[in-house]
Design a protein around this ligand. Structure first.
Ligand SMILES: [Zn+2]
Length: 387
């Protein structure tokens, strides 16, 4: 098949082009039908080297995906186009430019890590949401902060980014990154003073267009580190999101940004103290309720809205001591069902559990002297079965 002329190779800033349709074939994926279209030339950058493909339209038809196989670029369209006809393509410039900002920023970062620490970028991923780089060596937080700052200095210097196609002989004398991967004509992207790298993707003309680079996350990965970054407008949008979250939290906690950690700690401590108070109050209330059950009563069942398991267990133990029959605590409601603990010093509680299971499909079991589980039935129905 005829290889596709890559118009983006020399002009990363072109957004519209004309091309001849070479092939158009229907492709079915699950329940969607698309059309695989090849052209004699294209501005659409395919999914390649870890980067998501360009978006846009061909003859006004949405381009759903762009792939490359053996230098043939395959556009998946939502509708067919006529083979042999001339079509007009238009790429989504905002999406393309955002990707260019990320990719050029990544080169400076990786170039600096390479020259300062000798590590290789062994994994690169550029999606519409995030950019990750994997380095085959460990970087401390301070190292990363230093590189991040240096990248932003390179951006401020507004250095021209060069794209060249050196001959094999020239390549042999050239020191560049990504030396192994490429066959055929190698495309070299140079950011003087920072990076020389073999790369097929569109880049900005000058580093100033990257705007800024911000590291978002660093984590250990396969003996090295995985670093997430965002550049340019995507960094701005992320900053906006984070600022919104911070102001919302600040308002809710009545604290400024610096005081948020302390405010959350305070909230957690208050919550813990309240829980302890509530548990103590529940325990007291249960004791009161238990003492109200007539001592001469054999069976003693209590139904409560909400109880912790330790409180339930203590209550059942107290009931078993005071009453000889079936003693049980049910926590919950008729509508949502109950958690239960049933105990007895004279009867086999497993029979009670079996009765609940048989009648109401209850779950649970245990030992002869104590069973626990859950049941969905009304208090009246449960009483009628157990008492
Ligand atoms: Zn690259």
């Amino acid at each position: 098949m005829e290889t596709t002329k890559k118009l983006y190779d020399l002009d990363a800033y072109g957004t519209e082009f004309e091309a001849k349709v070479l092939t158009c074939e229907e492709v079915k994926k699950k329940d969607t039908t698309g059309y695989a279209v090849t052209l004699d030339q294209t501005l659409f950058f395919p999914e390649e080297g870890g980067q998501s493909p360009d978006q846009g339209t061909i003859n006004g038809i949405s381009v759903l995906d762009v792939q490359i196989k053996k230098d043939v670029i395959i556009h998946t369209l939502a509708a067919p186009v006529e083979v042999g006809s001339t079509v007009k393509g238009k790429i989504d410039w905002k999406h393309r430019f955002y990707n260019m900002q990320q990719h050029s920023g990544e080169h400076i970062f990786s170039g600096l890590v390479h020259s300062r620490f000798g590590y290789e970028n062994v994994g690169f991923h550029l999606s519409d949401q995030t950019v990750t780089m994997d380095f085959n060596g460990v970087l401390s937080e301070a190292d990363v902060a230093e590189v991040e700052y240096a990248v932003n200095e390179a951006i401020i210097k507004n250095i021209p980014i060069e794209v060249t196609f050196p001959t094999k002989e020239e390549l042999e004398t050239l020191d560049y990154r990504s030396k192994i991967e490429i066959e055929g004509q190698v495309r070299i992207v140079t950011i003087p003073g920072y990076d020389v790298c073999a790369c097929c993707a569109p880049h900005v003309k000058r580093t100033g267009e990257i705007g800024m680079l911000k590291v978002l996350n660093v984590q250990s990965y396969k003996g090295g580190v995985r670093i997430s970054i965002l550049c340019g407008f995507r960094a701005l949008l992320e900053f906006r999101k984070k600022a919104e979250v911070l102001s919302e939290l600040s308002a809710k906690l009545s604290a400024n940004q610096e005081g948020l950690g302390e405010a959350v700690d305070k909230l957690k401590n208050t919550n813990q103290a309240m829980k302890a108070k509530l548990a103590a109050a529940n325990e007291k209330m249960m004791q009161q309720k238990l003492s109200e059950i007539p001592a001469e009563q054999d069976d003693a069942l209590l139904f409560e809205e909400d109880l912790d398991v330790p409180v339930m267990r203590n209550a059942v133990n107290a009931l078993v001591e005071a009453h000889s029959g079936i003693c049980g605590i049910f926590a919950g409601s008729d509508a949502d069902g109950y958690h239960y603990i049933v105990g007895s010093r004279s009867k086999d509680c497993r029979e009670a559990a079996a009765a609940l299971r048989e009648k109401f499909g209850a779950k649970g079991g245990g030992k002869p002297e104590m069973v626990q589980g859950s049941v969905t039935a009304s208090e009246a129905d449960i009483r009628s079965v157990l008492e």
